[in-house]
Design a protein around this ligand. Structure first.
Ligand SMILES: Nc1nc2c(c(=O)[nH]1)N[C@H]1C(S)=C(S)[C@@H](COP(=O)(O)O)O[C@H]1N2
Ligand SMILES: [Mo]
Length: 256
């Protein structure tokens, strides 16, 4: 007799759950083509999202800290003041004209203003940022859960990675970009953050929007995010390794 606590049984259950949510996804896809089934589609989508959350939350969470652990100033690294003309115009106007584009392998590509993002449910978390250069810093981030944003645009089955296109060219060279796989993208602590330590995200730390993927090293956490693109492969981007630093020899998988 296999007891429910047996790891093999747990693995089997996880696989069954995954298969069920895949079936739900496939089913919803078909239902969405009929208007009469619209409401059922919405319910199915919410259910699928919940199933994904359930699965994701079984995975490890990055440690969260107490308010007294927050560093007085959050250190800035890499680009700290993008020189690109378009970005400077947006910054000069307090990012009122800034829009985030979400496109690629999605059902409903669209743009979001900062107010659109702030109107969505927010998550706040106090976490430690670890840079490969050998420093760490604890800060409080607030933003929209990336999984919620993805649910709004509807991710197509073919999507395997989420790419973050940034406004800056590192030291005036190539444009900064990063990517996550879908599992990391749907992790409950993966945010697009617009607030650091209770105030608007400063320009030095990626205003108006930056990625927080708390189980990853600092270079994955794209600042100055302008566009989120769902892709099947990142071979056509940059030098094909999935990120600015990956193109220069860093590991694509930067899990801590
Ligand atoms: N767009 C962009 N994102 C970026 C970088 C950058 O130069 N440009 N540097 C990365 C690195 S190496 C680190 S450690 C963190 C630094 O974030 P911080 O400035 O908030 O400390 O941002 C990451 N994201
Ligand atoms: Mo870094």
């Amino acid at each position: 007799m296999t007891r429910p606590t047996d790891p093999r049984r747990r693995r089997f259950l996880t696989r069954s759950l995954l298969a069920t949510s895949a079936l739900l996804l496939a089913g919803c896809d078909r239902l969405s083509r009929s208007d009469a089934m619209g409401r059922l589609f919405d319910a199915g989508e919410a259910l699928t999202q919940q199933a994904q959350r359930l699965l994701a939350s079984r995975e490890s969470l990055a440690r969260e800290y107490a308010p007294e652990d927050i560093a007085p100033t959050f250190r800035a690294n890499g680009t700290t003041n993008p020189q690109d003309a378009a970005y400077r115009r947006l910054a000069a106007n307090g990012f009122r004209d800034w829009r985030l584009t979400v496109d690629g392998l999605v059902e409903r590509p669209r743009t979001f203003s900062l107010d659109d993002l702030k109107a969505m449910p927010a998550r706040t978390q106090i976490t430690r940022h670890d840079c490969v250069e050998g420093w760490s810093c604890i800060g409080q981030w607030r933003g929209v859960v990336l999984g919620d944003l993805l649910a709004q645009v509807g991710v197509r089955d073919a999507a395997r990675f989420v790419v973050f296109h940034c406004a800056d060219r590192y030291r005036g060279g190539d444009r900064y970009y990063e990517s996550l796989d879908m599992r990391e993208a749907y992790h409950p602590q993966t945010l697009l953050a617009y607030d650091l330590n209770g105030a608007d995200l400063p320009v030095a730390n990626g205003a108006p929007l930056r990625l927080r993927a708390e189980r990853q090293l600092g270079y994955k956490m794209a600042k100055y995010v302008m566009r989120v693109e769902l892709v099947e492969s990142f071979a056509h981007l940059g030098r094909g390794r999935g990120g600015y630093w990956e193109d220069r020899g860093y590991q694509w998988w930067a899990g801590i």
